[in-house]
Design a protein around this ligand. Structure first.
Ligand SMILES: [Zn+2]
Length: 281
């Protein structure tokens, strides 16, 4: 952005990279201050038109941006609940999703469906009347979209407990059925997670993925050495709907969020019952 500023750039227009006139919202930086140069998203159709016109010479664009910044910081909250462990209440297994979303739509699949699946998993465990060995904690983080703000703050404030968090599983994958978990290169935990998932074979899960990404609240835990895993889902149009005006309730698929809740409940309970905590990376 400094380079653009020095070059006299007036505004940056980005391709939303979605089809059928859908816009996209994302952060332009991570320091929560106005960018040096205004940035706006265009629909892919408008962006392509400008691109084609540019092949024949300069294109004149008029930009009118009416957004504003709030005066100061705004208070926001993580939502935390737990089912206390019977034998080792101070050892914790966390299932989580993020409650915030972008405001073009209602955030139904990013991440309303994750929130609902996590809550349903906790409800089901409670309803079964089977108290877990370790505590199962549910966290609905805030500020994920602006850079995992809620989960970063969580790991800072819970510094002294980190060694006793067995693992964290985040569901931020849309409304499709889950196909597996991604262990973010925690090879040491692979075998135990296999054991944990084995009783759920009839939910069509495949072996955990080992690759590592940086994309949602689990990463805040990986950063501090706590096993942070991600749900891997199969919503085919997730990257079209999420962050756009099409992320609305009509996209939600019951069978997907029910299956996700089953996986989350089974994973959380079985992980809480293991003889030991999951190994760190
Ligand atoms: Zn999300």
């Amino acid at each position: 952005m400094t380079f653009f500023k020095e070059q006299g750039v007036t505004a940056v227009l980005r391709d939303s990279d979605k089809s059928y006139g859908l816009l996209n919202m994302t952060t332009a930086g991570n320091r929560y201050e106005p960018a040096l140069v205004p940035i706006a998203m265009l629909t892919h159709e408008d962006y392509s038109l400008i691109w084609r016109l540019l092949q024949n010479g300069a294109v004149e664009v008029e930009v009118s941006l009416s957004n504003s910044f709030s005066q100061g910081s705004v208070e926001a909250y993580n939502i935390v609940a737990e089912i206390r462990g019977l034998e080792k209440p101070d050892e914790v297994v966390i299932i989580c999703a993020h409650l915030d979303s972008w405001d073009l739509g209602t955030g139904s699949t990013d991440d309303g469906t994750g929130v609902v699946s996590v809550l349903e998993a906790a409800r089901a465990i409670k309803a079964l009347g089977l108290p877990p060995k370790r505590t199962i904690r549910v966290v609905l983080f805030t500020g994920e979209e602006q850079g995992q703000l809620g989960s970063r703050e969580y790991v800072t404030r819970h510094k002294t407990e980190l060694a006793k968090i067995s693992a964290v599983l985040s569901d931020d994958t849309g409304t499709g059925k889950l196909s597996t978990l991604r262990l973010n290169q925690n090879f040491a935990a692979h075998k135990l997670v296999d054991t944990v998932l084995a009783p759920m074979r009839d939910l069509d899960l495949i072996e955990p993925g080992m690759e590592r990404y940086y994309g949602s609240d689990y990463a805040s835990f990986n950063d501090v050495g706590v096993p942070g895993f991600a749900c891997v889902g199969s919503q085919p149009d997730y990257y079209r709907t999420h962050h756009s005006q099409a992320d609305t309730l009509d996209k939600v698929r019951d069978e997907g969020i029910v299956q996700a809740a089953q996986v989350l409940a089974g994973w959380a309970y079985n992980t809480a019952q293991l003889p030991e905590l999951l190994p760190r990376e």
